[in-house]
Design a protein around this ligand. Structure first.
Ligand code: ZN
Length: 203
């Protein structure tokens, strides 16, 4: 069994999306142990986005059915795309209802040590296409699914209004395209907009 940990490490050095809170970890000493007082945004490192992120009355992280979070997935090689992922790219891969779809782009190669604005994002029409296909979940290898600074929020809204969670911050640099078992278990934050998630792929 091959296991790939595609999660980003969390520390004060973790790359943070602009305007999101920084990571703060402080030791707390109790008489017989140490623990950590933690401050971090829900969209820190590898994490899931859910409907409450973009809809005032949207469903929260705790509403994701566990069986969505574990099961077969497909990693698509979209490393030839320079700007965004468009519907035509997805058509080529014949996406089926109920699939877990992760996209590997040049973002994984550029790495997660410094923020850049021109990351490869998901186009709004392409998001609508996958929503219509009713995929189980979507994942991308950068901190946001949507173009930096764009007012077109359909990459979030189209998927989330259809009940499809979006995983962001996946490090796919060591993973090739193909089929894997996806395991991604976010913290069970009640009614919240997103949560850090440990994601592994198994082959
Ligand atoms: Zn997010």
């Amino acid at each position: 069994m091959q296991l790939y940990d595609i999660s980003l490490p969390i520390s004060p050095k973790t790359l943070i999306y602009p305007l999101n809170p920084r990571v703060s970890l402080r030791w707390v000493k109790t008489p017989h142990s140490w623990l950590t007082k933690t401050t971090l945004g829900t969209h820190t490192g590898t994490h899931v986005d859910v409907a409450r992120h973009v809809f005032k009355n949207g469903w929260g992280v705790d509403a994701i059915r566990p069986k969505v979070l574990i099961g077969p997935c497909r990693v698509l090689d979209l490393t030839r795309n320079r700007k965004a992922i468009f519907t035509k790219d997805l058509l080529r891969h014949r996406i089926k209802t109920g699939e877990r779809i992760l996209v590997k782009t040049t973002n994984s190669k550029r790495g997660f040590s410094r923020f850049y604005r021109n990351y490869v994002y998901l186009d709004g029409d392409a998001a609508a296409y996958m929503a219509k296909k009713k995929i189980a979940l979507f994942g991308i290898d950068y901190l946001s699914v949507k173009q930096y600074g764009s007012s077109d929020n359909r990459p979030h809204t189209e998927l989330l209004k259809q009940g499809i969670p979006i995983f962001e911050g996946l490090d796919l640099s060591k993973v090739s395209s193909g089929t894997y078992i996806f395991v991604g278990l976010p913290l069970k934050l009640v009614g919240r907009d997103g949560a850090p998630t440990r994601v592994v792929l198994i082959r």
